[in-house]
Structures are given as C-alpha cells and as structure tokens.
Design a protein around this ligand. Structure first.
Ligand code: SF4
Length: 289
C-alpha cells in the first residue's frame, strides 16, 4: 500500500499563528485566558490548550482579563465593546481575513453593495459583514444568486462588489461570479475580487490532483471545519472513494484494501493528527500481512 500525504495538508499559517500565540499567552499568564469561539476546529488541539488553561467562551461578556481573537476574526462592533470593557485583547485574526475586511470596508465606503460568497453562519463571514454597512447579501451557493440579485436591485445601490470567505470553493466562486456578470454585468458596475486565501486555493488544487492519482482519499479534519468539508467535496467530485475522518479510530477495517491512498487535511488539522492516521494505516497493513 502506498500512502501519499498532500504537501499542503494541515495547519495553514493563520491557524498556526493563532495556536502558537495562544500557547505563548498561556505560558506567561497566571490567570485563565479566554478565547471567543473554538480557536481551531480540532478537538485534540482544543483539549491540549484547555489543559494549559484556555477557556473557550461563546460570548465575550463571559471573559475576564485576557481574551484571544482567533484567526477567523470578529465583528467590528464586538471588538469595540470588548475594548470599552477594558479586556486585554490578543488579536490573532489572520492577515488574510483582515485583508477581506479592508476590501469590504473600502468598497462599502464608495457606495458598493457587497455580495459575500460563503456560509451564512460562519464566524469569519459574521466578522466580514460588519464591514459592509447594511448593504450586503450572503450567497452560499448557485441557488441563492437570483435572490441576492433581487436584494441588490431593490436597494439604493448601483455598484456591486463580489468577494468571498477565505476558504470558499474556488471553482464555485468563478461559476457564481460568471452567473452574476452574465445577468447584470451589462448595466451594472461589478468588481469581483477573489479573496480566497492562497493556502486554501493551493490545498483545494492539490486535493483535486491527488484524488485523480489514488484509489481512495482520506480527508482529515473537524466535522465543523468548513474548509475540510470543501476538500471532502472536491475529492468526491473526482469520483474517487473518499472518507472524512477526525481521528484514526474512524478508519474502517477494510481501509487498507487499496493500492494507493491519498491523504489531505484541513487548515485546522495538526501534523500529529495526520501522522497518527498514517501510523494507523501502516499498522493495519502489518496485521493483515
Ligand atoms: S485558511 Fe487562509 S485565511 Fe484562513 S486562517 Fe488559514 S491562512 Fe488565514
């Protein structure tokens, strides 16, 4: 059995920075350190950090002292409220997410309506819309384009900006952008900025390429991780048998009946999780022999 682990599998720079930053804050802090939402969509990593004193909270009002902003970022108003409450803020918002906030803010101030492509309830997008004034529509997929165009046309705006969540699906972004331009591009000023981060783009491209070379794909990452979900969809889309697991315990017993296995992992999956899956596959193969 050959196992190929994708070169881009696992932690991206933004997540690495947030996790390392949290570790440093925990090491120098005598008191609890709070994080607004899960710092990373990975149970093992969260458990390790919680053992060191990190407390995950869902409302900033539950924090005292030090609070961490994770790589996804937060809404502008929440940040202002936290500052007014004199919390010590350690901001690990990924620079790529900050770049999306700046783009949204810049165009909103120039009277552009914003189409944000991404998941409605994703925390990153909740942050981004806070930079769009009240003039935005979130588009999750192709079926929501018509509705978003109606909302735009019923607003007082005449110019349109298209951006996306940093982990949005690249081919979907291009497809939806074309749909919008075809429908209203002739009589509307449309600016489309691909704000999908490079780490995501490279990971998605490698997943598609790897899926074409193997008999089975294993995608590793949290079930609540949106970027991992996209890798799963991309691999499946190549018509190769694909499974999505969080840990090696989920590997089925027939998991080694393949000549070539490809492994990819989401941006919030640590190197150790990938290694434990590889180790488990090798052990199962030895048992069978
Ligand atoms: S996926 Fe991209 S934007 Fe998101 S945290 Fe990682 S590097 Fe930053």
């Amino acid at each position: 059995m050959e196992i190929i682990v994708g070169k881009t599998a696992g932690f991206c720079q933004g997540v690495k920075r947030a996790v390392e930053g949290a570790k440093q804050e925990l090491a120098k802090s005598q008191e609890k350190v709070h994080c607004l939402g899960e710092i990373v969509h990975n149970k093992q990593v969260i458990q390790q950090l919680e053992e060191k004193g990190l407390t995950i909270i869902n409302k900033w009002q539950e924090a005292k002292g030090k609070i961490i902003i994770r790589a996804h970022g937060i809404a502008k108003t929440i940040e202002q409220e936290m500052k007014q409450a004199n919390l010590e803020i350690k901001d690990f918002t990924c620079p790529r997410v900050i770049a999306v906030h700046k783009t949204a803010e810049k165009y909103s101030q120039q009277n552009y309506y914003v189409f944000l492509l991404g998941a409605k309830n994703h925390p990153e997008n909740q942050g981004t819309i806070s930079y769009c004034g009240n003039s935005y529509s979130i588009i999750e997929d192709e079926t929501q384009v018509e509705k978003a165009i109606n909302e735009f046309q019923n607003s007082r705006y005449h110019k349109l900006l298209i951006i996306s969540q940093t982990t949005y699906h690249l081919t979907k972004f291009e497809k939806i952008k074309e749909m919008i331009i075809q429908k209203i591009g002739n009589y509307t000023e449309v600016v489309a900025q691909n704000t999908i981060c490079q780490a995501t783009e490279l990971r998605q491209k490698e997943t598609a390429k790897l899926a074409k070379q193997v008999d089975r794909m294993i995608i590793i990452g949290g079930k609540n991780s949106s970027n991992t979900k996209k890798l799963y969809e991309i691999a499946k889309g190549q018509n190769v048998e694909t499974i999505w697991i969080e840990s090696p315990e989920e590997l089925e017993e027939d998991g080694i009946a393949y000549e070539k296995i490809g492994i990819m992992a989401g941006a919030s999956t640590p190197y150790e999780s990938i290694q434990s899956v590889v180790k488990s596959l090798k052990e199962k193969e030895l048992i069978q022999v």
